[in-house]
Ligand binder design. Structure first.
Ligand code: MN
Length: 232
C-alpha cells in the first residue's frame, strides 16, 4: 500500500475499566425499535419477525463527556440512551453459545438523532442517514468486560437532561436480547473485534437544545454524558 495523501479522522478508542489498553471502534451497528414502549411512542407496531439495523460511521463517534455544537440541519435533535455491546472475537452465523462467547464487554451509549430528518426520510421510504449518521452522533462511555459486569438481566437504564429524568426503564424490556441480536446480525456480517452494537432505546426520547447536558447510565456500568453548545 502506498503512502496516503492525507490523514483521515480517527475513530475513538474506548477506555476499558481497569485496563491500560483501549478498545478501538471499527464499526457501529444500531438496532431499531428494540423496546415496545419506544416503538409505540414513535408510532410503530412491534413485531418479532426479525430485528432491523442501521449503521453509523465509526469516525462520527465520540467518547463520553464531550462538548459538541448543536448539529446543523435539524430543529428536533433527540437523545436516545442505549446499552452498547462490544464484540471481542470473530463470529459468523453464531450459535447462541458462540454469540455469548463473542462478547467483549458493555458500555453506555447515546444514539443522537436528527428526529425531524429521520421521520421525514422514513415517510418518503428513504434511508435514515441524514437523521442518524451525524458527526458526533454516537457517544460512548468506558467499557466494562462482560466477566466484570455480567449480561443484561433487568438492570435499570436511565437518562437525565439537566438533572431531570427523561428515560427510565429496565434492560429486560428489550425485545431482542443481545444473544439474539448477535446470532441474527452475524448472519449478514462477519462480526469481529471493533464492532460495537447499540441495542436500542427505551421510551422517553425527546429533544435537547444548545446548553443542555445529558447524562445516562445502566446499573453497574460507567455513565455516559454529552453537553451541547449553541449551533455553529
Ligand atoms: Mn437508537
Amino acid at each position: 500500500m502506498g503512502e496516503a495523501l492525507f490523514a483521515l479522522p480517527q475513530a475513538p478508542v474506548i477506555p476499558v475499566q481497569g485496563e491500560t489498553a483501549g478498545y478501538p471502534v471499527g464499526r457501529v451497528f444500531c438496532v431499531g425499535r428494540n423496546y415496545a414502549a419506544h416503538a409505540a411512542e414513535m408510532g410503530n407496531e412491534v413485531d418479532r419477525e426479525a430485528p432491523f439495523y442501521f449503521t453509523k460511521a465509526a469516525a462520527n463517534a465520540v467518547l463520553t463527556d464531550t462538548v459538541v455544537p448543536y448539529p446543523p440541519g435539524t430543529e428536533n435533535f433527540h437523545y436516545e440512551m442505549e446499552l452498547a455491546v462490544a464484540i471481542g472475537a470473530p463470529v459468523f452465523r453464531a450459535s447462541p453459545e458462540a454469540a455469548q462467547a463473542s462478547v467483549f464487554g458493555y458500555c453506555c451509549a447515546l444514539d443522537m438523532t436528527r428526529r425531524d430528518l429521520q421521520i421525514r426520510e422514513r415517510q418518503k421510504q428513504r434511508p435514515w442517514d441524514l437523521g442518524k449518521d451525524l458527526e458526533n452522533g454516537t457517544v460512548l462511555a468506558p467499557l466494562t468486560r462482560a466477566a466484570d459486569w455480567g449480561s443484561p438481566a433487568g438492570q435499570r437504564i436511565w437518562l437525565e437532561v439537566n438533572g431531570e429524568i427523561r428515560q427510565d426503564a429496565s434492560l429486560d424490556e428489550m425485545i431482542w436480547s443481545v444473544e439474539e441480536i448477535i446470532c441474527h446480525l452475524s448472519g449478514y456480517y462477519h462480526l469481529r473485534p471493533g464492532d460495537v452494537i447499540l441495542t436500542g432505546t427505551p421510551a422517553g426520547v425527546g429533544p435537547v437544545q444548545g446548553g443542555d447536558r445529558m447524562r445516562g447510565g445502566v446499573d453497574g456500568l460507567e455513565p455516559v454524558g454529552l453537553s451541547l453548545t449553541a449551533a455553529e
